[in-house]
Write a protein that binds this ligand. Structure first.
Ligand code: C5P
Length: 265
């Protein structure tokens, strides 16, 4: 599936991605793969990023690495020419989330996550804060890909619906709220991607984690798909962590995933 220019219209840090979108009809596969740098400190994260130079362009800094290394690891990734997705999954009162968005503005990240379940007012406050120059584009996390229907019920979501229906209904509810709040894109699993695409429209950036190439164990993830399966279901970008970071040869693993993305597109 093609991604429109607006889908990767990122903040100042993402100007290169925007330029690439303007130049090509089909999206460069390098702009469809985000490697999750889930490491406890900057050194192993940067070492892996360096090993993936030329194979990967986007890296995700999540809460483990950000709590340990903060803005400096984002800056060091940017110095190396990489695009950064800051996956902080912000979830707090509107004033605090807006403040956090302002605090990371200008740091160099192109994308930033907030939790849709923080509600529409929280998301609107974040959107307003992200309208400043240098702010990252916002993605709303719908339902974590590690959660299944039983876990959703345990936190008070849903009741009698079938397992699949329950998760999809909640994902859609969150997606619609996020769209109404003016969020740029959504994070969901490949399972709900077609329904989310229908609800959010062709311009929404759909970022899909829970990616497991055939034969790779799911670990704590519950709603998983292969790279080709996720692209076929309408994902704009895939987030891949352990299948690359824990592979014997991470560059080989990333190249195989890129090949799968290309062939499924
Ligand atoms: O190692 P793995 O491929 O499972 O990593 C997936 C990454 O995507 C993790 O960094 C996780 O925090 C993130 N993520 C997710 N599910 C979401 C949102 C983000 O797994 N709904």
């Amino acid at each position: 599936m093609d991604i429109t220019a607006t889908q990767l219209e990122t903040g100042s840090a993402g100007t290169c991605a925007q330029d690439r979108m303007d130049r090509v009809d089909r999206v460069d596969p390098l702009d469809r793969l985000i490697v999750a740098l889930d490491f406890p400190s900057a050194e192993p994260a940067l070492e892996l990023a360096d090993r993936l130079q030329g194979v990967c362009r986007w890296f995700k800094v999540g809460m483990e690495l950000y709590c340990a290394a903060g803005n400096s690891v984002v800056a060091r990734l940017r110095e190396r020419g990489f695009e950064v997705f800051l996956d902080l999954k912000l979830h707090d009162i509107p004033n605090t989330v807006a403040g956090a968005v302002r605090s990371v503005t200008g740091v160099g990240a192109s994308l930033l996550t907030i939790h849709a379940c923080g509600g529409e007012r929280m998301m609107r406050a974040a959107v307003e804060a992200a309208s400043a120059p240098g702010a990252p584009r916002l993605l709303a996390v719908t339902v974590l890909t590690s959660m299944d229907a039983a876990e959703l019920r345990a936190v008070g979501v849903g009741d009698a619906a079938g397992a699949r229906g329950l998760v999809e209904a909640q994902v859609l509810r969150m997606a619609r709220l996020a769209v109404a709040a003016g969020i740029d894109g959504l994070v969901c699993s490949a399972e709900e991607a077609p329904a989310v695409r229908e609800a959010a429209g062709p311009a929404a950036l759909l970022v899909v984690p829970g990616i497991r190439p055939t034969g790779v164990e799911a670990g704590d993830q519950r709603r998983v798909a292969t790279p080709a399966g996720a692209i076929a279901r309408g994902a704009s970008m895939l987030v891949v962590g352990r299948p690359i970071t824990r592979a014997t040869d991470p560059a080989d693993a990333a190249a195989a995933i890129l090949a799968e993305i290309t062939s499924a597109d």
